[in-house]
Design a protein around this ligand. Structure first.
Ligand code: NOJ
Length: 568
């Protein structure tokens, strides 16, 4: 009762604040909602992305080993409706089709990930290299290049080889650093002559927190207070090792770049005049982005993390902090190990100071921060995702200030479907991308060094523990039909315009894009409406006809036997 009253009170406060239109931080003079008509710097890159487990399918084909996501999804009760990525979008079989979509969009780059167990079935290089897997990625890379599309390759998008999980406990074990380094070197050796943008890890926050603290994601380990910190510690070391490998062994020949992609919310102080809330915002950001960015840019965990987790561990009667420490040598080794910073961003929260009871010694309470959403923020098909575009500008400026203005690539930004009945008329997605891209443009005007934008995602796909229930794609995928046909949503038309104009040249033009994109939905919807017919036809050709034929053959055989008997 008390809790809900406090919650309601906070919502009212937030609502009131929203009405007051809290001023932006000092780095900007612009009002939140004003639209900025201008274009991006020449050479700015536009892309779309996907990841292996979410789209490839072919989970056990051509010598691929199992990943922790194969094992996790095959257990009951882990994923919405017990769905799996066994077939997903069947992208393993659809390189040409997907590249045709990229050509339609006219993107300059395509972000995809390599499935570690597809090329190293046990995860261990000395065990066996699966040449079929190598061949698949070679085909993909070569076809992209033939079409003038730059591949941006993520090495680890959550699908750890299951053998490494079973044998060593996955990212809880330091040996992952060595195995990951061997795998990365194999990728540099086989693909590095053509791939120039490498991302070591995608969203290590989710790998650590959801995989090893709460257990919502594979491998489903629930180790509150320890698991995430330990996993993150090994991931940071693995990232640094791979960057050094590239730097020492491959860079001079291949001339590429190696970075990491961090996904982060923005945490806005509930009351920007209250120092406690401002401090809470700083802690929220340091526990999210700084956890990984600080070691990589500055050599160590953020001071705030060390203080808070150390203090809490001592209060719990522990002899050392639950947050592991880096040695002096390790700090020097890790510092400066990124050529660019990838940023995935989707949403924001209001944050305030809150002291949690000690019994809850876990990642989500260690920072003494409580989060809220403004009920007025537009929601989406994901319960955690609210459209708060101005949060992106704040986040980008936070990075600029804290890490000496690094090169940034926006590696993910997108939204899931809200209305399932109007799948192709995704006006809210148009609105989402338009406003987020615009805030990114404002950040560039602020001096943030953003070089590219990747819309997430090219296709509707397997959305982790949410199965196929959340659709992030610019293209709708019909998961009920065997060959997974793709249909353009209205946002495809809109994104195309942004790309070809390299931004938002004028109000008149931008408004006409909106109108024209929406006009396409009705025809596109007709295509989708024809879908049950396609499914029906497929059923006829794949099930009914073969069954009828088999029955006919059987019947003729019986009849023949009967006639032969009568004759004899
Ligand atoms: C971030 C994850 O990296 C990505 O795989 C997922 O599709 C999006 N969040 C949306 O949930």
């Amino acid at each position: 009762m008390l809790q809900s009253s406090i919650f309601a009170l906070c919502h009212v406060t937030v609502f009131f604040l929203h009405l007051c239109e809290a001023e932006d931080f000092k780095w900007t003079d612009d009002h939140h909602s004003s639209f900025y008509y201008s274009t991006f710097p020449t050479g700015f890159l536009w892309g779309v992305g996907n990841s292996a487990y979410q789209t490839e399918g072919a989970w056990n084909k051509d010598g691929k080993g199992l990943s922790i996501w194969d094992a996790f999804t095959h257990k009951k009760g882990k994923v919405y409706m017990n769905e799996t990525g066994d077939s997903a979008c069947e992208s393993y079989y659809k390189i040409k089709d997907d590249i045709a979509l990229l050509n339609e969009l006219k993107v300059n780059q395509y972000r995809f990930s390599i499935s570690w167990p597809r090329i190293l079935p046990t995860g261990i290089k000395s065990d066996h290299v699966n040449e079929k897997g190598i061949e698949y990625y070679n085909n993909l890379i070569n076809t992209l290049l033939k079409n003038n599309i730059t591949p941006v390759v993520t090495l680890y998008y959550w699908d750890l080889p299951q053998v490494l999980q079973e044998k060593y406990g996955g990212w809880q074990n330091i040996s992952m650093v060595m195995y990951f380094n061997d795998y990365a070197n194999l990728c540099f050796e086989r693909f590095g002559d053509r791939v120039k943008y490498w991302i070591t890890f995608n969203d290590p926050w989710s790998i650590a927190v959801l995989g090893y603290e709460t257990g919502e994601h594979a491998p489903g380990m629930k180790l509150p207070g320890y698991g995430a910190y330990k996993a993150a510690h090994h991931i940071i070391k693995a990232h640094a090792k791979v960057w050094h490998s590239y730097n020492n062994l491959w860079r001079s020949k291949q001339k590429g770049m190696v970075g990491i992609s961090l996904t982060s919310n923005w945490g806005e102080p509930v009351d920007i005049t209250d120092q406690k809330d401002i401090d809470a915002s700083e802690r929220y950001m340091q526990f999210y982005t700084g956890w990984f960015a600080n070691p990589i840019f500055k050599g160590d965990y953020p001071g705030i993390m060390k203080d808070y987790i150390g203090k809490k561990s001592a209060q719990q009667g522990l002899s050392s902090s639950r947050l592991p420490t880096f040695s002096t040598q390790e700090k020097t080794y890790i510092k400066g190990t990124t050529d660019f910073l990838g940023i995935g961003h989707y949403t924001a929260r209001y944050v305030t100071h809150k002291i949690y009871p000690l019994s809850q010694g876990k990642y989500h309470t260690d920072h003494d921060v409580m989060e809220f959403v403004d009920p007025q923020w537009p929601n989406s098909g994901s319960d955690w995702l609210y459209a708060v575009p101005w949060g992106l500008r704040r986040l980008l400026n936070f990075i600029k200030t804290h890490y000496s203005n690094p090169i940034i690539h926006m590696t993910e930004n997108g939204v899931a479907e809200k209305l399932h009945c109007a799948e192709l008329c995704d006006e809210w997605r148009i609105e989402y991308h338009k406003s987020y891209i615009n805030e990114m443009l404002k950040a560039i005007k602020d001096g943030v060094n953003v070089k590219s934008y990747t819309a997430w995602s090219l296709l509707d796909k397997f959305e982790w523990d949410e199965g196929f229930s959340e659709r992030f794609g610019l293209y709708y995928v019909d998961f009920k039909t065997k060959n997974r046909p793709r249909y353009p949503k209205a946002s495809v038309q809109y994104y195309k315009k942004v790309i070809s104009a390299n931004g938002f040249p004028s109000k008149k033009e931008v408004e006409s894009w909106h109108r024209k994109s929406i006009e396409t939905c009705s025809t596109a919807n007709q295509l989708l409406a024809a879908d049950p017919l396609t499914t029906h036809m497929e059923m006829v050709t794949e099930i009914v006809i073969p069954t009828v034929c088999t029955l006919c053959i059987l019947l003729s055989a019986v009849l023949l036997m009967f006639l032969l008997r009568r004759h004899s």
